[in-house]
Design a protein around this ligand. Structure first.
Ligand SMILES: [Ca+2]
Ligand SMILES: [Ca+2]
Length: 508
């Protein structure tokens, strides 16, 4: 929906004309980019850590501060349980120092949502800072506020659970950088991994959601690559030092480092040890540009630059607009799973059937038969021959993780509960950061006392209590999904070039 992308610029022009009329009679300065300064109130939630998990969060934070349009009302340091070890505050303090801006911040919740409506009121006060920052900021704001998430969706989802009316009234847009596109089989992705139910909850919220999947087919993803070496050529010495501090995992005092004479940009290596500094993965820039109301223009030099339409006009670039991405209308909702559990009435003689029933009950520990506070997967199995006696039972996923009755499998223990016609198995999955779809598909195998075996396959429910449903092109859209509208190659070049220009000449 290219029209929507463009309409942002149109709305901006209306806003600007009001400003110009208001200023009529006075000595109004020529229209320029400064007229957009601090015009977009923003709350920002990031899984920002030092040392970093992925330095893209540091580049995203710099982007937030580099775009003049943003009036940063608060930064949520997401994932309280990790913030306790790897604090996100040093890079945030560096960015405040470079930009000369003081920004309120709060540490986010330290545990996953237990169900979609969880208000997390039991979480200790030291981890309530994120939710409170969101709600207090909205209460105090006269204008509607844009929310951007580049980590988990936890604190925003809980803010919604606590005060939906306030959120409906005061939230202008929520940009959600997470997940896989609407055409994908499942939503396996890093930011979803953090807190699956929080992600589902935020997407289903009755808010103007701008869903920006990180991966996905048919262009429904924000992924691109850019060279950190190229990007840093446009950076001021202090901004460059901010990146050097991050990439070198420095433990020197954060603020003096900004004015130090640092060496060359440290090399960034992937899990296999390869140098990926020249081809770093990135995702979120498009959402920042859209939230700021900028459009993308092709410069006479062959670069791409994201500008306010007014600034593009001033520079004679208005006719050179390109649209590498757009937000398309979508409807997102969560569909509850059927309350009546599946039965085995149509099961064939001798067939063993296993079905994942629930993922919310805590019945087993990782390596102990006692509950450990973390919910487990419950699988119901029909057709096991209980007359024979079970000597061993194990569950293996396609990733190779293994659970068994004694807890000798490296992944953990299985606990059994027997009924007349079925067997319930409980175990604790521990999905890898990659959240490979393979780790959600399992085989259960029983060894009987006469040496024979029986087995059945099953899949873990991704969100547990509900499923994510999507409808593209709904009649009255209030939610949108990111889609690349140029070819992959053009999109990547355009975003990499825009990133370079966002930093060039800013944050000195
Ligand atoms: Ca992130
Ligand atoms: Ca458990």
């Amino acid at each position: 929906m290219e029209g929507y992308f463009r309409s942002r610029g149109f709305l901006f022009l209306i806003g600007l004309s009001v400003l110009l009329i208001a200023g009529a009679g006075k000595n109004v300065r020529a229209e320029g980019p400064s007229s957009a300064q601090r015009s977009v109130p923003v709350l920002y939630s990031s899984d920002l850590f030092h040392p970093h998990e992925d330095p893209d969060d540091h580049y995203d934070l710099a982007t937030l501060f580099a775009l003049d349009e943003f009036d940063i009302r608060g930064v949520i340091l997401d994932m309280g349980e990790i913030q306790a070890q790897k604090k996100g505050l040093p890079p945030l303090e560096q960015m405040m120092e470079i930009s000369g801006r003081k920004v309120p911040y709060g540490v986010g919740l330290n545990r996953k949502l237990r169900d979609r409506t969880d208000k997390a009121l039991d979480v200790p006060a030291e981890f309530q800072g994120g939710v409170e920052l969101i709600l207090n900021t909205l209460r105090a704001s006269k204008e509607k506020v844009t929310i951007i998430t580049v980590g988990s969706c936890r604190d925003v989802a809980v803010a919604w659970n606590r005060e939906p009316d306030l959120m409906r009234e005061k939230v202008k847009a929520v940009y959600v950088n997470a997940g896989r596109g609407p055409k994908d089989e499942n939503q396996c992705e890093f930011n979803v991994y953090y807190d699956r139910l929080a992600y589902l909850r935020l997407l289903e919220a009755d808010l103007p959601i701008y869903w920006a999947p990180c991966f996905g087919v048919e262009g429904y993803n924000t992924y691109y690559r850019a060279s950190l070496d190229e990007v840093q050529k446009g950076c001021s010495p202090r901004l460059r030092n901010y990146f050097v501090y991050c990439l070198s995992h420095s433990n020197e005092p954060a603020l003096p480092f900004l004015d130090s004479v640092s060496g060359p940009l440290p090399r960034l290596r992937n899990g296999q040890g390869q140098d990926v500094t020249h081809l770093k993965d990135f995702w979120c820039l498009g959402t920042f540009l859209h939230a700021a109301g900028r459009s993308v223009y092709r410069t006479p030099e062959g670069d791409w630059e994201a500008l306010q339409p007014v600034e593009a006009s001033r520079r004679g670039l208005r006719e050179r607009e390109e649209v590498p991405f757009a937000f398309q209308p979508i409807l997102l909702w969560a569909q509850e799973r059927e309350k009546t559990p599946p039965t085995d009435t149509d099961r064939k003689d001798g067939e063993v059937r296993a079905v994942c029933l629930d993922t919310r009950q805590d019945a087993v520990g990782l390596h102990s038969e006692n509950p450990d506070g973390t919910p487990d997967v419950q699988v119901r199995v029909w057709g096991v021959d209980v007359k024979k006696g079970i000597v061993a039972l194990e569950i293996v996923n396609k990733n190779g993780d293994r659970w068994d009755l004694k807890g000798e499998g490296q992944a953990g223990r299985v606990v059994l509960k027997k009924a007349d016609t079925w067997l319930d198995c409980y175990f604790s999955p521990n999905h890898p950061f990659s959240m490979s779809p393979d780790s959600f598909h399992y085989r259960m195998e029983v060894l009987y006392d006469d040496g024979t075996r029986a087995s059945a396959d099953f899949s873990e429910l991704f969100f547990g209590e509900a499923e994510l449903k999507v409808q593209l092109a709904p009649p009255n859209p209030t939610q949108f999904v990111f889609q690349k509208t140029s070819g992959e190659e053009t999109y990547e070049k355009a975003m990499a070039s825009c990133l370079y220009h966002v930093f060039k000449g800013s944050l000195k």
